[in-house]
Design a protein around this ligand. Structure first.
Ligand code: IMP
Length: 193
């Protein structure tokens, strides 16, 4: 089996990458499994840049196929915020606080101006150091309160039609989500080489 390193220590991400790439003959291991202890500053201004920063930091140590992802929420009425700051919006990593801030900032904003999207960028670096980038988008709008118990992060305030992404089953969400789309684009590429 070919081996790929995931530049992350997030167990949920590891499980998702393993599930999608194992059927293609790739074993995905985390940087943590290999004792690679780097955590570079995410200084990029785009999701693509930040995923590349994370992948390069690990590739430069291991020189093996490496993959990393970066994702977040863009709210049109907030000029694209929280964007690359999604995980640390308002100076905290507390998802409840993030959601409260977004809802507060959107008070009085009508339905048709509440459009938003999740974006995921994946960078894959092959054994010889060539970089490939894949992105996925998940369009929706910001609701008026938190709804649903599934998912994580901004899912309870992210509405797709009449339900929030925290009210979707994992399968339903994966079939439409930004990360699902970016992962499927990566897997299509890996199938083609
Ligand atoms: P990172 O990709 O681990 O750097 O973090 C992305 C941040 O964006 C997370 O902490 C969440 O706040 C948010 N985010 C990304 N994808 C999702 C999603 O599918 N649902 C809800 N929040 C998300």
């Amino acid at each position: 089996m070919k081996r790929m390193i995931l530049a992350s220590s997030n167990q949920n991400k590891l499980r998702e990458f393993k599930e999608i790439l194992a059927p293609l003959g790739w074993e995905v291991v985390s940087q943590h499994d290999l004792g690679i202890d780097v955590d570079p500053d995410e200084t990029g201004t785009t999701f693509e840049e930040n995923s590349a920063i994370k992948a390069r930091a690990v590739y430069n140590i291991a020189h093996l196929p490496t993959v990393a992802d970066d994702s977040g929420l863009e709210v049109d009425a907030l000029g694209g915020e929280p964007g690359v700051y999604s995980a640390r919006y308002g100076g905290t990593r507390d998802d409840k606080v993030h959601n409260r801030i977004v809802l507060k900032k959107l008070e009085g904003v009508p339905d048709d101006k509440r459009t938003a999207r999740f974006i995921a960028a994946i960078t894959y670096i092959d054994e010889s150091g060539r970089e490939y980038s894949f992105t996925g988008k998940f369009e929706g709008r910001i609701g008026y309160s938190e709804r649903g118990k599934n998912g994580f992060g901004y899912d309870p305030i992210f509405m797709v039609g009449d339900i929030s992404s925290a009210e979707m089953t994992p399968e339903e969400k994966n079939s439409q989500s930004h990360r699902g789309k970016a992962l499927r684009a990566l897997s299509e590429y890996l199938k083609s080489i």
